[in-house]
Ligand binder design. Structure first.
Ligand code: DI6
Ligand code: FE
Length: 433
């Protein structure tokens, strides 16, 4: 009986069979895609198409590969002349803080070094005083401006560290602000506990006691409150020794947390080697890292986080070992390091330009540094950092001739649209914040 009907209504059945099996929310057709999905380059697909369903990328390919009978879309966008890239990722920031350090900027202009200022109780400690005194609401308000500026440039995932509290209540306050920023701005925020940023005044001369308190009380409580996604430390002669860093990291590992490290920024303490040995996701700065440390990073798959803003502000002359990173095939991430002292920069695009001009990265390397390799630095490459079906639909849409312009030109580009988890967050011309 069914057969007869099928025969009689052959056309209808055929039509049924060719009904779209998939319904997408949005599909962009005819765009240039920079998928950032391969091992090298930007993964250009010319005359491409990309579809989003719900919070995920549903399909990526060329326009020719789109088989129109297999899908339909609620919104179909003619994207000819546009470039689509993944949402950008800023994998290293300290953007929750109070006050500013323009006075120290002036001191450095007349010859004082960052270390001298820090030793005189300025530097990180001056921001600690301001941050302890600030209300949660005012911290949120100021941090929101910085995070909005990044988002307007296409940043959809943002790492934010604590570290200007150096006692439990203020560290928790900073981490809560970081979480609230994510919710308010609809960007993904990865929080990092950086209680080991410097030794607080209460523990002056007793760094080991502070490390003990941090491991036994501060970190476990912040974790218990669900505020910590990872742990970082400043391993440096003006901050924590490798032995102290090791203690902090083993406490973090016992709590099941991923690690990252400020390593070998001002001097070579073999911080990068330590990061590798303890299985950190990334070792950041690295200006003074030795070849031996870099080889350990390569062996353990640690990402190199380069921070050109700090290099620039400190007028550092020792370049990070870019050639060796390339030779050892260590993935390079680039981040703003947005902080009030050594990198008061809320522009990832500017930092991409600096990475090219100051460190000699190619535009492709810089683009990878804020997408796929930044995702690796955060342990999120399975979920984001490239345009691939199944990943989170974090996209940026740009009116460009080529994405290398994002590195070669400063202040000239903003994305036309920023999309996170399939939803439009902002369009060019929106009032920020
Ligand atoms: N390295 C840096 O560049 C920042 N923190 C760190 O560990 C500086 C933070 C500051 O000066 O406030
Ligand atoms: Fe930093």
């Amino acid at each position: 009986m069914l057969d007869t009907i099928a025969h009689a209504f052959g056309y209808a059945v055929a039509f049924e069979l060719h009904m779209p099996t998939t319904v997408w929310d949005r599909v962009w057709i005819g765009a240039d895609l920079a998928t950032l999905d391969g091992d090298i380059g930007i993964g250009h697909i010319a005359d491409g198409a990309i579809a989003v369903r719900g919070e995920q990328i549903a399909w990526v390919g060329t326009r020719d590969q789109l088989r129109t009978f297999e899908w339909s879309a609620r919104e179909r966008i003619d994207a000819r002349g546009l470039w689509l890239l993944p949402g950008l990722i800023d994998a290293h920031t300290h953007l929750v803080y109070a006050g500013d350090r323009s006075d120290e900027f002036a001191m450095r202009q007349t010859g004082a070094s960052y270390e001298e200022i820090a030793r005189r109780g300025g530097g990180i400690l001056s921001t600690v005083r301001a941050t302890r005194a600030a209300s949660e609401e005012s911290l949120l308000q100021h941090a929101r401006k910085r995070a909005s500026a990044l988002r307007a440039e296409g940043v959809t995932t943002l790492e934010i560290k604590s570290g200007y509290g150096l006692e439990l209540e203020t560290e928790l306050k900073m981490l809560r602000v970081a979480r609230r920023l994510g919710a308010d701005l609809d960007v993904s925020v990865v929080t990092t506990f950086l209680g080991a940023h410097t030794i607080p005044p209460e523990f002056a001369g007793r760094a080991d006691d502070y490390v003990a308190a941090l491991c036994a009380e501060m970190l476990p409580e912040a974790v218990r409150q669900g505020l910590v996604d990872a742990v970082d430390a400043f391993c440096e002669h003006i901050a924590f020794s490798p032995a102290q860093t090791r203690r902090i990291f083993s406490a973090a590992r016992q709590l099941g947390l991923p690690l990252r490290l400020h390593a070998d920024q001002l001097s070579d303490l073999s911080g990068a080697a330590l990061a590798a040995e303890l299985g950190a996701l990334s070792a950041d700065h690295l200006e003074h890292a030795s070849t031996e440390s870099l080889e350990k990073m390569a062996a353990h798959g640690v990402v190199a986080g380069l921070l050109p803003g700090a290099y620039y502000y400190l007028r550092e002359t020792k370049l990070p070992p870019v050639e060796q990173l390339r030779r050892l095939r260590i993935p390079i991430a680039i981040a703003t390091d947005c902080n009030p002292g050594t990198s008061p920069i809320a522009s990832l695009l500017l930092v991409m330009n600096m990475a090219c001009v100051l460190f000699g990265l190619t535009a492709d390397e810089a683009l990878r540094g804020v997408t796929c390799n930044a995702a690796r630095a955060l342990g999120l490459i399975h979920d984001r950092g490239s345009l691939r079906a199944g990943k989170r639909a974090d996209l940026t849409i740009w009116s460009l001739r080529h994405p290398q312009q994002l590195c070669s030109e400063v202040g000239m580009h903003r994305p036309d649209e920023v999309i996170a988890a399939g939803r439009t967050l902002c369009r060019r011309g929106d009032v920020d914040g």
